[in-house]
Design a protein around this ligand. Sequence first.
Ligand code: SF4
Ligand code: SF4
Ligand code: SF4
Length: 322
Amino acid sequence: MNRRSFLKTLALAGTLAVPGAGAARAETGGRVELATLLDLSRCVGCGECVAACRDANAAKFPEPERPFPKMYPARVRAEDWSARRDEDGRLTPYNWLTIQTAVVERDGRELEVHIPRRCMHCVNPPCANLCPWGAAYKRADGAVRINDAICLGGAKCRDVCPWGIPQRQTGVGLYLDLLPALAGNGVMYKCDRCHQRLDAGQQPACSEACPMQVQASGPREEMAARARKLAAETGGHLYGLEENGGTNTFYVSPVPFEELDRAVAQGPGRPHLRPVADVMARDEAFTAAVFGAPLAGLAAGLLTAARGLARSGRGAGEGGHD
Ligand code: SF4
Ligand code: SF4
Ligand code: SF4
C-alpha cells in the first residue's frame, strides 16, 4: 500500500463509519431487518444444527501462529482453543452454536428442553456500538458481525455483551502485525448469521439442517407477531423480544425461562436466560458510543491501512503468509 492509498483509506473511514448517536454501527442499505423464531417445543437436541454450523463456517475458523507473543501485563492470558476444536458443549472460536439442555419436572415427570444458543443479533448491539476499533458492526439485515481483519481481540465486545457471546482465539489477526505484546490478544469469533448464505438467498446452515424445523426466519415484525401468537396459542413463554432492548432471536418455550435459567449449566461460553435490561440505554454506554464512533471509524481505517503495510512489508521480507 502506498501513501496515497493509505490516506484514501483514512478519508473513507472517516466519512463512512460515523453512525447516528446511540444507533448501532451499521451498513447502509434498504434491506429489511430479519429475525429468527425458535420453537423450543420442537427441538430434540440432536445437534444437527451445531454440526452444520461448523461445516458451513470452517473456512472462517482461526489458524493461529505459534509461539504466541508474551503479553504485558502478564495477567493478560492467552486463550487458545485450537487444540480443542471439537468442543461443542460451549461457545468457542470454533463452535458458534451450542445446545443447552434443561431438565425440569412437569406433572411428576421429567421434561427435557433443548435450547440452541448463539449470538442473539441484538437490535442495538452494545458489542458493535462499543467496539473501540469499529471491528464489530450490524448489517442492514440485522446480522451482527465481527470483522476478523480489524479485530484486535481486546474482548470489549464480550465484556459488554449481556450474554458474553464472542469468544477469543489468541495468535491470530492484526495484533500480531502491530504491537503483539501490548495491543489486543487475538480475534473474537461468534455466529455471523451465515451472512454469505443470506446474501446468496439461502437459509443459515443451522436452520436448513434442522430435521424438526425448529427455526423460522423472516422480517422482524412478522416473526415477532408469529412468536407472540405461538406463545399465546400454546401457553408458551417468550425470550429475546424485549431483552437488551430487543434482539432478532425469539425463543418460545413451554417452560418459563426463569426455570430454564436455573436448570442449564452456565459459565464462560454457556449463556444465561435471565431478563436483560437495555445495555445501550445506560448513560455511560450511550456516551461511549456517541464519542467513540468517529474515533472507531478512524481507527478502523488506520488498522486496515496498517494491515496492508504490514502485509507488503512481510511480503518483501519474508515471502508473506496470506
Ligand atoms: S437440529 Fe433442530 S432439533 Fe436438532 S438440536 Fe438443532 S434445533 Fe434442535
Ligand atoms: S448477543 Fe452479544 S454478541 Fe450478539 S449482537 Fe447482542 S451484544 Fe453483540
Ligand atoms: S446462523 Fe450460521 S453462523 Fe449462526 S449459528 Fe446458525 S449456522 Fe452458525
